[in-house]
Design a protein around this ligand. Structure first.
Ligand code: BQF
Length: 283
C-alpha cells in the first residue's frame, strides 16, 4: 500500500513555525519583509507571485510587490534591485522567473545581494550550498528534503535518482542529498537507458517538465517517488511529471500534483526570508 505525501499539511506546519518566530521578532521590534519583483504578464508567474504574497500574509511577513511592465529595460530592473539591496527595511528579494527575452537573467540574479537572495540563485549562495555552509538553500530542493524528513524517510546510503539537471531544482537537489549521505545519480534528457537508473532507485525525484513522463515500468517496487513537475495534461488539468495513478501502485510513498512539492517551495521561501531577517539583525 502506498502513502500519499501531503505537501499541504507539511507546508502548513513549516509556515506555522515561521509565523511563531516572526511574532517573536516583532516583540523585539524586528519586522520581516520580502520584496517580490514580477516583470510582464506571464499568467503562471502571476499565480506563483500571488501564492507567495498569501504565504507572507499567513506568516506575518510583510510583502512588497514590484509589478513592472513587459517593456521594462534591464537597466531599470537592475536599478530597482540596487535600491532594494541598500534598503534596510527589505530582508529578502526575489525576481520571478522567467524574465522577458531582452533581460539577461544571469545579470539580474547576480545583482541581488547574496544576503537577500532568498531563492538561493546567486553564485555565492550556490557555492556555499555545495560547501555545506549555507544560510539559504534552494526552495524546491529544500522543500523535498523537509518532506522526506517529515515522513521519516532516511536518505543515508540510499540510491537516489534525480531526473533533470536545472540550476533551480536538479543541481541543488543533488547537493542537498549528497550532504545527507545519499548516493546520487543525476539523469537528464541525454541520459541513455534512463530506466536502467530509475529501476534501481530507492528514491526517484522527477524534475523534467513533461506530463506523465515517469511511468510505472520505470519504478522499483516500494520506491519513494517525488514529483517536482508542474504541467498541464491534455484536458488542461494540473499534473506532474509522474503518471500518478499507475506509479502509486508500486511506490511506498508518492507526492501528488498539486499539493505535493509546490506548497513546500513556498514554505521554504518563508523560512529563508525569516533566516535573512535574523541574519541581517545579528539574531
Ligand atoms: C500546489 C515554479 C516552474 C517555474 C517557475 C503550490 C506552487 C505551485 C503548486 C507555486 C513554481 C512552482 C513556483 C502548488 C512557485 C511552485 O499546490 O501544488 C504552489 O507557487 N510554486 C515559482 O515561483 O516559479 C516557478 C515552477
Amino acid at each position: 500500500m502506498y502513502k500519499r505525501i501531503d505537501g499541504k499539511e507539511v507546508s502548513s506546519y513549516i509556515k506555522n513555525q515561521v509565523k511563531i518566530e516572526v511574532e517573536k521578532l516583532a516583540e523585539q521590534g524586528v519586522e520581516v519583509s520580502l520584496a517580490v519583483i514580477i516583470v510582464g504578464n506571464n499568467p503562471a508567474s502571476r499565480v506563483y507571485v500571488n501564492n507567495k504574497k498569501k504565504a507572507c500574509e499567513a506568516t506575518g511577513i510583510i510583502s512588497h510587490e514590484y509589478a513592472l511592465s513587459e517593456e521594462t529595460s534591464e537597466a531599470e530592473l537592475l536599478n530597482l534591485i540596487n535600491k532594494l539591496n541598500s534598503d534596510e527595511k527589505i530582508n529578502g528579494i526575489l525576481c520571478q522567473l522567467p524574465l522577458p527575452e531582452h533581460i539577461d537573467e544571469k545579470k539580474v540574479i547576480e545583482a541581488i545581494s547574496p544576503m537577500k537572495d532568498v531563492d538561493c540563485f546567486h553564485a555565492v549562495n550556490v557555492g556555499k550550498l555545495w560547501l555545506g555552509e549555507y544560510e539559504f538553500a534552494a526552495c524546491t530542493p529544500m522543500g523535498v528534503m523537509l518532506l522526506l524528513d517529515y515522513y521519516g524517510i532516511d536518505v543515508e546510503g540510499k540510491n537516489c535518482v534525480i531526473i533533470g539537471r536545472s540550476n533551480i531544482v536538479g543541481k541543488p537537489m543533488a547537493s542537498l542529498l549528497l550532504e545527507k549521505s545519499a548516493t546520487v545519480t543525476v539523469c537528464h534528457s541525454r541520459t541513455q537507458n534512463l530506466s536502467f537508473f530509475t529501476k534501481n532507485a530507492d528514491i526517484v525525484i522527477a524534475a523534467v517538465g513533461k506530463a506523465k513522463f515517469v511511468t510505472a515500468d520505470m519504478i522499483k517496487e516500494g520506491a519513494v517517488v517525488i514529483d517536482v513537475g508542474i504541467n498541464r495534461d491534455e484536458n488542461g488539468k494540473l499534473c506532474g511529471d509522474v503518471d500518478f495513478e499507475n506509479v502509486k501502485e508500486k511506490a511506498s510513498y508518492i507526492t501528488p500534483v498539486p499539493g505535493g512539492c509546490g506548497p513546500m517551495t513556498i514554505a521554504v521561501l518563508m523560512k529563508n526570508t525569516l533566516a535573512a531577517a535574523k541574519n541581517q539583525n545579528n539574531i
